[in-house]
Ligand binder design. Sequence first.
Ligand SMILES: [Zn+2]
Length: 143
Amino acid sequence: MPLEYIPGIPILRPYVDPDNQPFWDAVDRHEFVLQRCSDCDVYFQPPRPMCPHCLSMDSLEWVPSSGRGEVYSFVVFAADRMAYPGMKIPYVVVLVEMEEGVRLTANIVDAEPDEVYIGMPVEVTYNSPMEGLTLYQFKKRAS
Ligand SMILES: [Zn+2]
């Protein structure tokens, strides 16, 4: 099931700030990166200026992610009053636990709502719903 946007209603854009700018710049290039502390080898999400484990501010780096993970949780938006008005229902938002251990939220784009399950193997894909906007999303993958 592809995502369908409703014309005339603005598409939600990510909130980009100095901490997450490298992440969204990579998504624009169809690359998926995660923030990691090179001192303690911990990945974390959302991006921030300090390692939440060792509090280092000098050892943060952006590293390529496998782009692979499993659905940790999900919600099916099937009612108009709960869904974003700019998207045709039903659509599914998944919380994915990446192989690196961090969790991210996005839409899943190629699965019917009743196909999605906790533990479902997924991988990152990209979508450009309008000029100048690239979003990451998830799609099914073979286990
Ligand atoms: Zn650290």
